[in-house]
Design a protein around this ligand. Structure first.
Ligand code: ATP
Length: 354
């Protein structure tokens, strides 16, 4: 993906509301054909960012450059981009076909050609052609989602923006639509820029993810890079359940005030003095002896939770709670309050600054 030319370049992009910077000096290159997701907690500036990119909100300063041309002052309807909203913004009293054909109609495409294109888009979005004459009010939530996407594609934009389109949809259907969206991205080859507060959703679909916090992009990388090498405590915790131990460096070892022992670091960032050791729950192991892993701790099983194909254990050690996850078929049977020894190898941990 990185060899492809950039379609969109952002330079020091800032949006201020009074003295408050909702988007604060963002630099970013998005490659042509990339599926790029901006993820961050509520209020981090995702919507403001995407509204500036789509031309719905003027930038306070900085540049938005599309294929080498600065487009800050180009109005939304003159940009080769299209937005798919959470609310979908479909015309409720029109048919599926009329909704999809709308962009073609305003461009003066003749009826027969419009219909042909609408039917092709229905096929691409895996909806039956018979839906052409169906009222959108009679479509399910997932079907409306597909109609909205078909209409966006009918604009033939170079970039599609998605503003949390799946957040109001129930879990099972959302999981299906995430995969479909990734397939449609692949089939169309267009650039998709997506915002969500769900990193899980971002992980499934994206080529790269940008994690936003307080108006800044704190880390940009592939899902794998963000998952296995989070840059700081915020990103690692945003990734979901994770073990985070506050540590400081002493004599080449990591010591934690919470535990009467030291840990082997996975490699020290330059000038590291203190920060957090991060260990994902699937890398934590139950040990028979402290020698079975480079780092170990003893604790007690507080509870366990069935998470579909995995079992998650909550282990209390000192004033700390650890999470261990095992695939169901490899999960040990443990009793509540049972003493357990848990551990990890240094290579399976990440050391982050605060
Ligand atoms: P959410 O996930 O809740 O939609 P978000 O990450 O999309 O959040 P934004 O909607 O971009 O965040 O808002 C970023 C910050 O900018 C918030 O603190 C918000 O209150 C503020 N903000 C957004 N629009 C305006 C506005 N028109 N006037 C003043 N402040 C605003």
């Amino acid at each position: 993906m990185s060899q492809r030319p950039a379609i969109l370049v952002l330079k020091n992009l800032t949006k201020s509301f009074g003295k408050f910077n909702a988007v604060d000096g963002v630099d970013l290159d998005i490659a042509d054909g990339e599926f790029f997701t901006i993820v961050g907690p509520s209020g981090s500036g995702k919507t403001t960012m995407i509204r500036m990119l789509a031309g719905m909100e003027p930038a306070t300063s900085g540049d938005i450059i599309l294929r080498g041309e600065r487009i800050n002052d180009v109005p939304a309807n003159r940009r080769p981009t299209c937005m798919v909203f959470q609310s979908l913004a479909l015309f409720p009293h029109r048919t599926v076909g009329e909704n999809i054909e709308f962009p073609l109609k305003i461009r003066g495409v003749p009826p027969a050609a419009r219909k042909e294109k609408a039917l092709a888009l229905l096929r691409q979005l895996r909806l039956p052609e018979s839906y052409y004459g169906k009222s959108v009010l009679k479509c399910s939530g997932g079907e409306r989602q597909r109609v909205a996407l078909a209409r966006a594609l009918a604009f033939d934009p170079e970039i599609l923006f998605f503003d949390e389109p799946l957040s109001a949809i129930d879990y099972k259907l959302r999981k299906t639509l995430e995969k479909e969206l990734k397939d449609i991205h692949r089939e169309t080859g267009k650039t998709f820029i997506y915002i969500t507060h769900s990193l899980e959703e971002a992980m499934v679909m994206s080529d790269r993810i940008g994690v936003m916090r307080a108006g800044k992009l704190v880390q940009v990388g592939t899902p794998n890079e963000i998952y296995s090498a989070p840059r700081d405590k915020f990103v690692s915790e945003f990734m979901g359940d994770v073990n985070v131990i506050p540590v400081s460096l002493a004599g080449g070892k990591l010591i934690s005030a919470s535990f009467d022992r030291s840990f082997t670091p996975p490699g020290l960032p330059d000038g590291f003095a203190s920060g957090h050791l991060v260990i994902r729950p699937e890398y934590m192991r139950f040990l028979d002896s402290p020698d079975d892993a480079e780092n170990s701790l003893s604790g007690r099983l507080y509870n366990e939770y069935a998470l579909g194909s995995r079992i998650q254990y909550q282990i209390r050690a000192g004033d700390h709670v650890f999470i261990v996850e095992k695939l169901r078929q490899q999960a040990p049977a443990l009793d509540l309050d049972q003493s357990v020894l848990i551990g990890w190898d240094a290579k399976d941990s990440v050391l982050v600054r605060d």
